[in-house]
Design a protein around this ligand. Structure first.
Ligand SMILES: [Mn+2]
Length: 580
C-alpha cells in the first residue's frame, strides 16, 4: 500500500458511508486446513482463525503476533545507524537544531516528539511547523534562507523533506556546514536530496516490518531499536498511536503493536494534554478506541493546520503546565468549531448548487466550485460528496488569481489518473488513487470542469459499484455473547483491519422505523427457530426490500444493553431481498 500524500481528510475510513442502492457483496475464500491449524495451535475458534486469514495473516507466527499483541522483529532501517550517530553527536555538543515538520496530525505529533527528546537531552531546539498557505507542504526556499541565517548546526525534517532536493541544495549552498537529517515516510522520488542521512521506511525491503510506519512511529522506531541512554520512546507511545491513526496507516503487524500500546498508555496513565483533549472531545479515555482518535482527537489536532497555522498544536503537545494546557485546548477547540462551521457553510452552498442544477448529480463524477471556499477545508466536503453519491468528487475554492481543488474517489476509480488526463489545465497536482490536490488558474475552471466530467463519463459502471467485503457466513444461532467476546480479540480496528462483517439470510418477523427522524430500522429476525434482534442505522429506505420478508443481511455483531439486560444484536449495514 502506498503511503498517503498529505491527505486532507484522513478520517474518511471511519466515515459512516451511506450505501448506494446497488452493491456487490464479496466474500473471502475459505482456507479450511490453515483455519483448523491456526485454531488448534492458538486455541481460538475457527471463526477467529478465518478472520485472521482474511486480514492477510499467513502463518502461525503472524497469528500469534496478531492475537497476543507481541512483536519480535526489530531490524534496523537503511541509514538508521548513521542517523542515530549523528543525533548522538548533536546531543554531545548540545547543538542548536531546527526541526521542520508538517501541519497534519502525523506531522505535529512527530515534531513534538523529536523536539521534546532533543530538548530534554540538552540541545537548543527551534521548530518550524509550516503554515498551510504561507509556507505550503514540505520545505520551502524562504525557510531555507531563514535557517541558513540562523546558523543552526543541524536541520532535522519530519514527515517531509524527501522530495525537497532543490531546497536542500539551496540550504547547503547558503550554509555548507549544516548537518541535514531527513526522517520521512512519503514516496521517494527518483533523485533523493543530498542530506547527511535519510531514513525512510520506503527505502527498506518490501517485507521490512517498519515499511508502513508513519513519521511519529519512525521517531519511536529509531530510538527504540538503536537506543540512546536517557531517551525513553515509551513516553511517547500515545503520540505514536495518534500519528498512525491520523495518517490512516494499516493497523496490522508492527503498526498494530504500536496502536495497541498507545491506546493502553492513554487508557491507563494519560498525560495531562491527552486527558484534556479526551474531555473536550467527549471521549472516555479509559475506553479510548481508534475511532475516538479518528473522529475526536485527530480533527482537533488537525484543525489549526487546516485553517493555516499548526503551531498551537505543537506548543500544546510540548506543554506540561496544567493551567496552560487548559487554555491552549480551549483555543484549539475554538479553531475546531470554526473549521466545522466553515465546512458546514460550504456544504450548504454545495447542496444549493446541486439542487439548482440536476446535471451535477447525474454525471459520473461531481465537480463543484465556489469563490472564497476555504482551501484547507474543501477536502472534507469532497469526501462527503463521495460518500453521498458514490462517485469521484472534486471541490474547488478560488480567490482572485488562485484556485485550489481537492479530489476524492471511490475504491476502483483512480482520481490521480483522471487528473493526469487534465494536466494541461492544472498548475500543480499531486496525490494518489483515492485522494489528490491541485491548483489552477481560475480562468481555467470552466474548461477543466468539462474535461474532468468527460473523463469521468468514461468510467465503466462496474468500477463504481460499491463492493462490500464480507468475512464469513454467520448463522443466527452463532450470534452470541461468546462470539462477540472472541472477535473482540481482533481489536483495535482501522485501516487494514476492518471490523468483522458477516452475512446470513433470515425471515423478518418485525421491522419498524426508529429514531427522531425515523432514519433507522429496528428488526426482529428468525432463522431455524432462532430469534435475534437487529438494528440498521440509516437504513430506513430499505423498508421496501424488507417487505419480501425473506432477506439476505450483511452485518456486524455487537452488544445491546437495555434496561440492565445484555443481549447480542446484529448491526445491519445492507439488506438484499431473497433471490436478488
Ligand atoms: Mn505522515
Amino acid at each position: 500500500m502506498a503511503t498517503r500524500l498529505n491527505l486532507d481528510n484522513p478520517y474518511s475510513l471511519f466515515a459512516k458511508t451511506k450505501l448506494p442502492s446497488k452493491s456487490v457483496w464479496q466474500t473471502f475464500e475459505k482456507q479450511d486446513s490453515l483455519t483448523k491449524k491456526i485454531a488448534s495451535e492458538l486455541d481460538c475458534s475457527e471463526l477467529v482463525a478465518q478472520l485472521l486469514l482474511n486480514r492477510t495473516v499467513s502463518s502461525i507466527q503472524e497469528a500469534k503476533h496478531f492475537l497476543n499483541h507481541e512483536w519480535s522483529q526489530w531490524p534496523p532501517l537503511p541509514n538508521q545507524e548513521k542517523s542515530i550517530n549523528i543525533i548522538k553527536e548533536l546531543i554531545a555538543s548540545k547543538a542548536a537544531i531546527c526541526v521542520y515538520g508538517d501541519y497534519d496530525v502525523d506531522g505535529v505529533t512527530s515534531t513534538a516528539m523529536m523536539v521534546d527528546i532533543l530538548r530534554n537531552a540538552g540541545c537548543k531546539v527551534d521548530y518550524i511547523s509550516p503554515h498551510r498557505f504561507n509556507d505550503g507542504y514540505g520545505l520551502n526556499m524562504n525557510r531555507m534562507i531563514e535557517i541558513a541565517q540562523k546558523k543552526y548546526t543541524a536541520l532535522i525534517t519530519l514527515d517531509c523533506g524527501i522530495s525537497n532536493k532543490k531546497e536542500i541544495a539551496k540550504l547547503k549552498e547558503l550554509h555548507p556546514d549544516i548537518i541535514i537529517l531527513i526522517l520521512d515516510h512519503h514516496k521517494c522520488p527518483n533523485e533523493l536530496p543530498n542530506a547527511n542521512a535519510i531514513v525512510n521506511p520506503q527505502l527498506a525491503d518490501q517485507n521490512h516490518p517498519a515499511r508502513y510506519l508513519c513519521s511519529a512511529a519512525l521517531v519511536d522506531y529509531i530510538f527504540r531499536t538503536t537506543p540512546i541512554e536517557g531517551i525513553d520512546p515509551n513516553q511517547y507511545l500515545d503520540l505514536t498511536a495518534i500519528g498512525l491513526v491520523g495518517d490512516v496507516m494499516p493497523l496490522t503487524k508492527l503498526n498494530r503493536w504500536y496502536v495497541k500500546k498507545g491506546l493502553e498508555a492513554i487508557q491507563t496513565k494519560p498525560r495531562e494534554t491527552i486527558l484534556e483533549l479526551c474531555i473536550s472531545a467527549r471521549v472516555n479515555h479509559q475506553k479510548i478506541t481508534t475511532q475516538d482518535i479518528g473522529f475526536g482527537i485527530g480533527p482537533r489536532l488537525n484543525a489549526p493546520g487546516r485553517l493555516g497555522d499548526p503551531r498551537p498544536v505543537v506548543e500544546l503537545l510540548l506543554s506540561s503546565d496544567a493551567a496552560e494546557i487548559k487554555r491552549q485546548i480551549q483555543a484549539i477547540e475554538q479553531l475546531n468549531n470554526k473549521r466545522r462551521s466553515i465546512g458546514e457553510k460550504i456544504q450548504i452552498d454545495i447542496d444549493n448548487q446541486i439542487k439548482e442544477n440536476n446535471a451535477i448529480s447525474e454525471e459520473k463524477g461531481i465537480i463543484i466550485s465556489g469563490e472564497l471556499w476555504h482551501m484547507g477545508i474543501i477536502g472534507i466536503n469532497a469526501s462527503k460528496l463521495v460518500n453521498r453519491f458514490n462517485k469521484p468528487a472534486v471541490v474547488i475554492g478560488f480567490e482572485n488569481e488562485i484556485a485550489r481543488g481537492s479530489a476524492r474517489s471511490v475504491p476502483g476509480v483512480n482520481i490521480y489518473q483522471i487528473l493526469s488526463k487534465c494536466a494541461d489545465m492544472l498548475d500543480h497536482f499531486g496525490g494518489h488513487s483515492q485522494a489528490a490536490g491541485f491548483s489552477l488558474n481560475p480562468k481555467n475552471i470552466i474548461e477543466f470542469k468539462k474535461e474532468f466530467i468527460k473523463n469521468c463519463n468514461e468510467i465503466k459502471e462496474e468500477e463504481t459499484v460499491a463492493k462490500i467485503k464480507i468475512d464469513a457466513e454467520l448463522p443466527l444461532n452463532q450470534v452470541s455473547l461468546t462470539t462477540i467476546k472472541e472477535i473482540e480479540t481482533l481489536e483495535p480496528y482501522g485501516e487494514g483491519n476492518p471490523r468483522p462483517l458477516f452475512y446470513t439470510h433470515a425471515n423478518v418477523i418485525e421491522a419498524r422505523k426508529v429514531g427522531q427522524t425515523k432514519a433507522h430500522i429496528k428488526f426482529r429476525l428468525e432463522q431455524n427457530n432462532h430469534i435475534t434482534d437487529g438494528i440498521g442505522f440509516n437504513l430506513s429506505e430499505k423498508m421496501e426490500t424488507i417487505k419480501t420478508q425473506q432477506v439476505w443481511l450483511a452485518f456486524h455483531i455487537s452488544i445491546n444493553e437495555f434496561k440492565g439486560s445484555i443481549t447480542p444484536q446484529l448491526e445491519i449495514i445492507d439488506i438484499k431481498g431473497y433471490g436478488t
